[in-house]
Design a protein around this ligand. Sequence first.
Ligand code: ZN
Length: 128
Amino acid sequence: MEREQLDYFRDLLMGERKKVVKIIEGIDESWSKNIRDAVGNVSSYATHIADLGTDSNEREKETYMLDRELKNLKNIDNALKRIHEKSYGICNYCGEDISSERLKAIPYTELCINCKRNEERISNNNHK
Ligand SMILES: [Zn+2]
């Protein structure tokens, strides 16, 4: 991938990262009191959330959201690492270039559209 394109996607990912961190911090804030009460240690909250129980839908939703955003953050960080290593934009499975349209839609994707479709087909079959 061209240097200019890498810069473009790095900016895109950094923007996404900021958004995700903000969401996580927002959840963290509403959680922090519950967590302090429950475990007395905010620094390792992620591992303790499961122990807090799900006595309301709101909490369940926030746990789900936090889990999802933490995964997003990990994906974004991986993509940034791939940019740094210049392996960004290459399909993890078949080694072909991932189309820039696809990368613009999902900047942290590691699979080209064909491999993604194959993967979905396989996991759909497994669920049946
Ligand atoms: Zn592929």
